[in-house]
Each structure stands twice: as C-alpha cells, then as structure tokens.
Design a protein around this ligand. Structure first.
Ligand code: GMT
Length: 373
C-alpha cells in the first residue's frame, strides 16, 4: 500500500508512535510518505520505502497567524496526487483530520482517511465549545478512526456525542530500543550508590502530568529510606519543579536530566517509574519503562489502568493521592524480590498485550477496511 502519515514531528508519544509505525510499515514492504512540518524526531536514519514531504508554512504580512492547517492540506493534496496514496493516516483530529478532509476534496484521487486520536484533541480541546464541532467533523469525515485506549473512546463518545465506531488500537513499544540494559557506570556517573534505589518520572512537564505529585511522593518515600529521583524531560512546568526541589532542599537526591536520547539506559537503572497525571489517554512512557523491566505506579486517569495490570506489573492510585503512591512505592522498594517479579511481568506484558508487530498488523487491517469501503 501507499500510505501517507501526518503527525506532530516534535518529541511526544503521538509522534513516536506515528514514526515507529511508518518505519515498521516500510519494513513490511509498504511505501510510506511522511507529511509534516519537519522531519519527525524518530525518523533520524534513512530507510528504504520512506519518503518525507515538508510542509512549509509561510508567514505573509496579511496573516496574523501562519496558516499551518492550509499549508498542510495543500501539501497533502500534492502528495496524494503525485504518489497516488491509498491511505492518509493522520494523528490527531484537529487540525490533521480536517486538513486531510480538505486535501481529499482537492483531489480526484480516491484516498482513504484514517485518523488516530491520541488524547489532547479530545480530553482537552473537546471541552472547548468553540472547537467541539470541528473535532466532531474531523472524526466523522474520516473513513476509519482509531483511539489509543478504550477510555479515550468512551470520553470521545461522551464529550462529542460521536456515533461513528472508533476502533481501539493500543500503543506499542519497540523492544529493540527499550529493553533492560546492563548498567555500564551510569549510576556511578550520577553519584548514586549501587544499593540505593531510583524512582523515575519521564514526561513533557505539562501541567496535566502533575509532576509536583511525583516530587511529593518521593519526599514521603525519602522519610523512610534512602532513594533518588530522576526527572527526565522538559516542558513548561520544569522551572516550577526545579524551584520546588530547591525549596524543599532535595537537590542532592534529585537528578533533573532534561530531554534525553538515552531514556532506555536511564530506565534500566530505575526501580520504579511514576506517572501521576490528571489526564492521560494511554501513557506510552509507562510502556517504555515496563519494556525495560521497571514496575510502574500510575494514576487512575484515562487509559493508564488499561496499561498497568494492577498488582502484577505495578499499581494504580487515585489522581492526587501521593500517600497511596508513596505507600505502593515503599512496598515495592522494600521488597526487591517483588520488584524483580513485577519487572519481569512488565516485560512479558509489553511483549504480549502491546506487541509491536501485532499492533502494526492491526493498523494495516484498519487501512484495508478503509480501502474496502
Ligand atoms: O502527553 C503528552 O502531552 C503528549 C501527547 C502526544 O501528543 O504525544 O501524548 C498523548 O499521546 C500519547 C501517544 O498515544 C499517549 O501515550 C499519551 O497518554 C497522550 N497524552 C495525554 O493524553 C495527555
């Protein structure tokens, strides 16, 4: 098949999934055309069967805002015509599904539109009455729609009153990147003694991630045992978290690493991973940790309970309940055998329930269904 893929190219779960999916599709013999405003972050190596079409957004004086959605639609229409795409798979309903609809109207070639919902387009923008009609339009004009968790489907139906069936297709993790690696001196380089356990959080430090709850959980655990905290990633809340760490006098025990390419190495020296968000349609970072053999503690938000098998690969705690998160973390960290067992179960679960090839095949079935219409 000839497949176009549009995603946000920046660091973030939706871009990671879109890019890894495109790479896997090309390896399986499909021709994949990425259409985005810059080369997606994970598309760092040349690969047969992969093409990139850059969307250039010009900023003319008459425009108050650069017209990304129109430039994207216009580029999509060009690529559909030139490459005779069978499917255009867009990640995010707004603006991408709407641009895709516009592009398909601009060309006579019968391309099928597949839209994947990742979360923020529904759980944040869906609450904005000025946007809900256009999000619904983007979804309803797509030939097939998928969402990354059952909870996201429930929220989409509830918030937007959607009647169109939405297929759940979970996220996956690449186990050739995310696996438990031997510690080649990383703990030492961070001045963390071998026997001291490590708690880790990875995110884009947006408000919804509630990183202050991670720090509070860590402080509570620290009252009982020696432990370190790794904060990986960057985003608007990082200065607030940095200030909190300083004010609480936690600097010697908290390592703020910023955005990292060596996430799998950092996860491999971690003993527990925390994701305590108020909204989270899936939580790809949980899967990345689980694949590295790290048990996880997540909040009960959105799709997180679909990722964690309660009591087997980690624990789910109510949003905002840092006492519960700390008690679960202490229970795990004080029982190395339990922690190890949960880590092993986590690796198994990622390989079975979130298997990359199986999920890539699920997407191909969705494309075939769209094309058979
Ligand atoms: O979490 C973010 O802020 C980034 C966002 C994105 O666009 O990458 O993540 C969303 O999509 C990921 C991939 O499907 C999911 O794993 C995240 O849970 C989801 N984020 C939210 O729902 C807040």
């Amino acid at each position: 098949m000839k497949i176009g893929i549009t995603c946000y190219p920046t660091v973030g779960g939706s871009g990671v999934i879109a890019t890894e999916l495109g790479k896997a599709l090309a390896r399986n013999g499909h021709e994949v055309h990425f259409i985005a405003s810059s080369i997606p972050y994970r598309l760092d190596e040349a690969q047969d069967g992969i093409y990139f079409h850059e969307v250039q957004v010009n900023s003319y004086a008459v425009f108050q805002y650069p017209p990304y959605d129109l430039a994207l639609a216009s580029k999509m229409a060009d690529v559909i015509k030139q490459e005779k795409l069978d499917v255009l798979h867009v990640h995010y309903a707004v603006p991408h599904a709407v641009s895709a609809f516009l592009a398909s109207e601009m060309t006579a070639h019968p391309v099928r539109i597949v839209t994947t919902l990742h979360g923020t387009d529904i759980t944040v923008l869906g609450y904005d009455p000025s946007l809900s009609d256009i999000i619904r339009f983007g979804i309803e004009r797509s030939d097939e729609v998928t969402a990354v968790s059952n909870d996201l489907i429930r929220q989409t139906n509830e918030l937007l009153d959607i009647t169109k069936p939405i297929t759940p297709v979970y996220n996956f993790v690449d186990d050739s990147v995310y696996y438990k690696r031997p510690d080649s001196g990383l703990k030492k380089s961070l001045s963390i003694p071998d026997e001291v356990p490590v708690m880790t959080h990875v995110s884009n430090f947006r408000k919804v991630k509630r990183v202050e709850d991670v720090v509070k959980t860590f402080m509570r655990v620290r009252q009982e045992m020696d432990v370190r905290l790794l904060l990986i990633g960057d985003g608007p809340e990082l200065p607030v978290i940095r200030a909190m760490v300083k004010q609480e006098g936690l600097e010697p025990w908290v390592h703020i690493t910023g955005t990292q390419k060596r996430v799998a190495d950092l996860l491999s020296i971690s003993d527990v991973k925390l994701l305590l968000s108020s909204k989270e349609s899936f939580g790809l970072v949980l899967l990345e940790a689980m694949a590295c053999g790290v048990p996880v503690i997540g909040s009960s938000a959105g799709g997180i309970p679909e990722v964690i098998e309660e009591g087997v690969t980690g624990y789910v705690v109510p949003v905002g309940d840092t006492e519960a998160a700390a008690s679960r973390a202490l229970h795990m960290l004080a029982n190395p055998e339990l922690r190890k067992k949960m880590g092993e179960e986590a690796v198994k679960r990622t390989a079975v329930a979130f298997n990359k090839q199986a999920i890539v095949d699920d997407y191909v079935r969705v494309y075939q269904k769209a094309c058979s219409r």
